[in-house]
Design a protein around this ligand. Sequence first.
Ligand code: COI
Length: 356
Amino acid sequence: MSVSSLDISIKKTDKSRIGEIDPANIQFGKNYSDHMLIAYYENGKWGKPEIMPFHDLSFSPATTFLHYGQAIFEGVKAYKDPQGNPIIFRPYDNWKRMNRSAERMAMPDIPQDIFIDGMRELVNLDRDWVPSGADTSLYIRPFMLAVDEFIGVRPAEKFMFIIITSPAGPYYNKPVSIYVQDKYVRAFPGGIGFTKAAGNYGMSMYPTMQIKKMGYDQILWTDGFEHKYVQEIGTMNVFFVIGDTVITPDVTQDTILEGVTRESVLTLLREKGVKTEERPLSIDEIEEAFHAGKLKEAFGTGTAASIAPIRELTFHDDKMVLPDIEHWEITNWLKQELADIRYGRKKDTHNWVVAV
Ligand code: COI
């Protein structure tokens, strides 16, 4: 039965691959569900979306996105509620953010019904792929590609919007160690740091490879002018608990992704009466707080990563090792609170959860 009024054509697979999944060992990004959604944009308008069996795509070697990176994506998650039904967490916020990315990358707006109803329909069809184990979910990856067959440099005129889904376990299965980057730069004001453009991730591969060789998990990026103010971690926004205040860098400069999990965390903290600040935060202030014993907790937030505690932070030769996370009041409370809402165990007072 269709879950929306959008006219989506559905071609079902003859043979489900769900038997290939080991529910006890679900890793992030390794397996893809039976179906995918595709919509084409041409002559200034979107065509009818189609759901079809998951399959490889083929492109002309001259296709725009292959050369010039006119490509954007989103990350959304569906969870299984206590009744066994899939629910999607804050997809409208991802839809709005995808359109902010699209505008900056000279790509067309995606209509709400294609993004939201298309996603609901796809998740409904592949509902058996939403895992039910602790810390598991169905990761939903909407993305848009510029598909003109033309290697001149100009904004494309043809686009594909695609959604694939993937059963997911935790992105990080232990607290992360972070290297504070003071050589390479992720984003400048006026750039594309606030978007989920493919290039933001492509450019991070080389610096991330370097720090992984040194034993760190992820980079904490700093501003490009002075390498002084922290921005975000490669796959997450970042929060520091200094004294009784939870501080996260503000997103006013267009250099930092406006994370949906980031916003959820700020909302939950404010409702609980915890002091929060969104403002420029320098690495000097973090170091001073650490050495004065005031840096209590630090964590990253993101759809894939959820809430990821930071075990240590290294800036130059200053290795700041945080106390054991078992005693972190705020991070542990947030993890539980957010999980209870996402898995439908707690009343959703914010209208964050969408049934399929
Ligand atoms: C997400 O959290 O959804 C992301 O997009 C981060 C990463 C997996 C690229």
